[in-house]
Design a protein. Structure first.
Length: 272
């Protein structure tokens, strides 16, 4: 059973001494990505006035995560990855960065997905791309015996970590449920299969000739653009600075403070 998206409150009193929220972005060579992330962080700050919200990148962009953590000195922080599934960055890289910041008390939040708030953002992006006025207005049949009708490919970055792929497949299942049973097939831009073109061919072979591509990326970039270019019909924009994503970052922050996670926390933080 999934939790309803509306249960995740974000406007809370920020007490003096609350740990900083450090949003950990991967980094990208695409100049649109830093602008998108900056807008997303502004939304987070609007939702939680008074909370110290900072940004650190794993690579490619500034500020680098080690510099962000060093600037916090001997304070406290919750690292919230702007990453959609489990993988090497969450399992290995973030704990290493936290350990290297020896003066800082840290917790590391879980990956953003799977979660109903992500599904709401994906649904909105599909609607903005034309799903509401096209696909949803037409009757569909998608039973096992008559599998024709509309479908969706959920295009993700991809990872060699099997748990990351499982997270993406779970999100695809949740999106299918949100779309009223429309088939949603997870696909990947790199490191895993099926690829987006392979998923599109598989759906076409089942009789789905109007297939949308849902962009399961946090920001514009090379993989998102390549996935969208493969779409035979509509392609949704990346999640970007969608309000649901801002709410989810705060939800993961709160969750990290209240849920014991000894394998992810270097030192226990008292809840502010």
């Amino acid at each position: 059973m999934t939790e309803p998206a509306h249960d995740h409150g974000t406007r809370r009193t920020v007490h003096h001494g609350s740990p900083a929220l450090v949003v950990v972005a991967h980094g990208s060579r695409d100049p649109r990505t830093p602008r998108t992330v900056a807008t997303l962080l502004d939304r987070v700050r609007e939702l939680r006035p008074g909370l110290d919200v900072r940004l650190g990148h794993i690579e490619l962009n500034e500020p680098a995560l080690p510099d962000t953590l060093a600037a916090l000195g001997a304070g406290r922080a919750v690292l919230v990855p702007l990453l959609l599934g489990r993988g090497v960055h969450i399992k290995r890289d973030l704990p290493a960065f936290a350990t290297a910041a020896s003066r800082l008390e840290t917790r590391i939040a879980g990956a953003l997905g799977p979660h109903p708030l992500l599904v709401e953002a994906l649904y909105d992006r599909l609607t903005q791309a034309g799903w509401h006025t096209s696909a949803r207005a037409r009757p569909r049949t998608h039973s096992r015996t008559h599998p024709g009708g509309d479908a969706v490919v959920l295009a993700a970055a991809g990872s060699r970590d099997p748990e990351s792929a499982a997270d993406t497949r779970r999100t695809a299942a949740l999106l299918s449920e949100r779309l009223g049973g429309v088939p949603v097939l997870a696909a990947y831009a790199s490191a895993a299969s099926p690829t987006v073109p392979e998923a599109l061919r598989a759906l076409a072979a089942r009789g789905h000739h109007r297939t949308a591509v849902a962009s399961y990326f946090t920001a514009p970039g090379y993989f998102a653009g390549r996935s969208a270019a493969a779409a035979p019909w509509i392609a949704a924009a990346p999640l970007g600075a969608h309000p649901a994503l801002a709410r989810l970052l705060l939800h993961r922050y709160d969750e990290a403070l209240t849920t014991p996670s000894p394998t992810r926390a270097r030192r226990r933080l008292a809840t502010a």
